[in-house]
Design a protein around this ligand. Structure first.
Ligand SMILES: NC(=O)c1ccc[n+]([C@@H]2O[C@H](COP(=O)([O-])OP(=O)(O)OC[C@H]3O[C@@H](n4cnc5c(N)ncnc54)[C@H](OP(=O)(O)O)[C@@H]3O)[C@@H](O)[C@H]2O)c1
Length: 153
């Protein structure tokens, strides 16, 4: 399973090219150890982090990162985002640093929790109003995500 995950994430989503700068987090884990090897075989420049990554991305990638194979999330992801090249790819495999937290790290989630990011839904009541709601999508009648409430319980 980790082999398929590493292969699909790196080759299908990462679209690596010879000479790309690749950063792999949790590089000593089941998935990361394979991604690092696949990247080397493809002729990429590869750096992996194990333990805490800190902000070493700046040191190892003065020209920026083409592919970030994401395994940990949190502060590592924040540091990487500031060091990406234009058209960089991020196979988002996992965010293991976040799974057991009650308060998530990173830039966006705290803002979402504080209500600074809102999500608008345009609600049509009843299945009988579904067809009109669907047609309305093509004339821009909805504001936000159009949903149809079938039943409220
Ligand atoms: N999308 C998929 O289909 C799929 C499939 C398998 C796995 N995954 C995900 O891929 C990631 C890696 O999985 P894996 O199977 O390679 O895991 P693994 O072999 O269990 O290794 C996990 C590694 O994560 C690092 N880690 C743990 N807690 C951390 C933290 N708080 N901050 C930073 N690093 C931490 C540890 O490495 P250090 O030595 O660096 O601390 C550990 O070696 C996980 O996020 C997992 O959920 C996704």
């Amino acid at each position: 399973m980790p082999g398929i995950t590493a292969y699909a994430g790196f080759f299908e989503i990462g679209s690596p090219k010879k000479g790309d700068n690749v950063f792999v987090s949790a590089a000593s884990g089941a998935v990361g150890q394979l991604v690092g090897q696949f990247a080397k075989l493809t002729g990429c420049y590869v750096v992996g982090s194990a333990g805490s990554a800190g902000s070493k991305e700046k040191v190892y990638f003065p020209e920026g990162i083409d592919i970030y194979f994401e395994n940990v999330g949190g502060k590592t992801l924040d540091a990487v985002l500031l060091n990406l090249k234009v058209h960089a790819r991020i196979p988002s495999c996992g965010m293991i640093s976040q799974y057991n937290l009650t308060q998530h790290e990173g830039f966006l989630l705290p803002h979402i929790r504080e209500g600074k990011v809102v999500y608008v839904e345009d609600i049509a009541e009843g299945l009988e109003n579904g067809p009109a709601a669907l047609v309305g999508l093509f004339s821009g009648r909805n504001v936000g995500k159009q949903v149809v409430v079938v039943a409220r319980e």
